[in-house]
Design a protein around this ligand. Structure first.
Ligand code: ATP
Length: 257
């Protein structure tokens, strides 16, 4: 059963501005994230995606505007927001001498929650690696572990900044299924990615950001329909398969890590 009533607004961003000195990184954006959806923030390098995410996560101050997360204001109730969100840590945030179980116990202690490390590691297929240190994991395993750590406090909203960058096709697909499972268990996911096929497959809605502004927002399919209705035609005939299909066909769907 879903934890949340899917569809209502869980994050509201209103006229958000972030300036670094004279430079405007986020230029008056407004958008909403719906409860229970996977929302993707897409855009070229430097568009302002990470800055926007970090302001919503209460990790960075805004210059102007308002952000409400599950009814709480980022300015007035940041501690309430921290309790209900999960943010993917960069590897640098993991103590190098601890194994996966010890790291989970440490984070659970910091959050003041009780967690069964085996159950959590089973969700991300890492029970076999429970005694390993993060540095000894493969790229895909590291990403899965960092996603597992976002689940420790059973958050309502999970933020994933480029979760599949650098992974092989099998590991990426495996992570896509994990992200969908997390959404299907009732959480809301806000993510960034530079892979458009990933956004198309995973995201219920996407916002496209460029030079600090959101220039379009909608479901992937409504944005594609919009482009076609503006007269867009693909120059090249689309083939029935891609090189990635060849790769998966030859090397299989099984995880290698
Ligand atoms: P990427 O896809 O490359 O991760 P992004 O869309 O996440 O990019 P941001 O990291 O939000 O972009 O950066 C937006 C702009 O703000 C960039 O031009 C960046 O150089 C600038 N910027 C980010 N953080 C700071 C900072 N602490 N001080 C000054 N400028 C910054």
């Amino acid at each position: 059963m879903k934890k949340n009533s899917k569809g209502k607004t869980i994050i509201e961003v209103k006229n958000l501005v972030k300036k670094y000195g004279d430079f405007t990184a986020v230029d008056g954006i407004s958008f909403e994230v719906h409860d229970g959806e996977i929302f993707g923030l897409l855009g070229p390098n430097g568009a302002g995606k990470t800055t926007t995410l970090e302001i919503i996560e209460t990790l960075r101050d805004e210059t102007e505007g308002e952000v409400i997360v599950n009814g709480f204001s980022i300015n007035k109730q940041p501690a309430e927001i921290k309790k209900i969100i999960g943010v993917q840590l960069q590897q640098a945030g993991f103590y190098p001498n601890l194994n996966l179980v010890q790291l989970i116990d440490l984070f659970a202690g910091l959050y003041g929650v009780d967690v069964d490390p085996d159950k959590l590691l089973a969700k991300v297929s890492l029970v076999d690696k429970k005694k390993s240190q993060v540095k000894d994991l493969s790229g895909g395993q590291k990403q899965r572990f960092s996603i597992a750590t976002t689940l420790i406090n059973n958050p309502k909203i999970i933020f994933l900044d480029e979760p599949t960058t650098g992974l092989d096709p099998q590991a990426r697909r495996n992570l896509w299924e994990l992200v969908k499972q997390i959404r299907d268990s009732g959480a809301t996911i806000v993510m960034t990615t530079h892979y458009m096929e990933e956004a198309e497959y995973l995201c219920d809605r996407v916002g496209i950001m460029d030079q600090g502004k959101i220039i379009d927002i909608g479901t992937p399919s409504s944005l594609i329909d919009g482009l076609i209705s503006r007269g867009f035609e693909k120059k090249k005939e689309v083939r029935e398969a891609t090189l990635e299909d060849v790769f998966i066909d030859l090397t299989g769907k099984e995880l290698r890590d």
